[in-house]
Design a binder for this molecule. Structure first.
Ligand SMILES: [Zn+2]
Length: 166
């Protein structure tokens, strides 16, 4: 949970206590309730035959570990646009969304609570694959023989994808 010490409306110190159905930061001086919500990410399953595309993370959290390609949605962006943008930024691959197959949740990250939205993306031309933003290496792994992953939430999505595709 992000600590919202001061009220962004009036600058007074916030309180953290029960209001409007949950424990929340709110300002007793001006009455503003500072709602916090999970952040949605586009999290990608890109398969080449039986191989899954992973990226080695180039920044924290979990720098140096492998994870699914993806990232937070930007404002004024659809989920599909976020998926295609993240794929290109991180791997220089051009893809198209096949489907949205499920979600997993990751609570209390440094970004707050995160909702990972699993998206299958089809890549036609793998020749352009290279590590781009935020990753030091991009590589295909046999989906049944993956390295240790950065996050359990990624593993959950992969397991869900495998279950649904059999
Ligand atoms: Zn206030």
């Amino acid at each position: 949970m992000h600590q919202l010490k001061y009220c962004s409306s009036c600058g007074s110190e916030n309180e953290f206590s029960f209001i409007d159905g949950n424990n929340r930061f709110h300002c007793v001086k001006c009455g503003t309730i500072h709602y916090q919500n999970p952040k949605p990410t586009a999290t990608l399953i890109c398969m080449k035959n039986n191989q899954l595309l992973l990226g080695r993370r180039d920044r924290n959290p979990a720098k140096g570990k492998w994870g699914l390609i993806g990232g937070f949605m930007e404002l004024n962006e659809t989920l599909e646009e976020a998926a295609i943008r993240e794929l290109y930024e991180e791997t220089k691959l051009v893809g198209e969304v096949v489907n949205i197959f499920g979600t997993s949740s990751h609570f209390n990250t440094v970004f707050g609570d995160v909702l990972l939205i699993g998206i299958v993306v089809n890549v036609k031309d793998w020749d352009t694959l290279e590590a781009g933003d935020d990753i030091s290496e991009a590589k295909l792994f046999e989906i049944n023989n993956l390295p240790n992953l950065a996050f359990d939430s990624h593993l959950e999505l992969i397991e869900l994808y495998k279950k649904l595709s059999h």
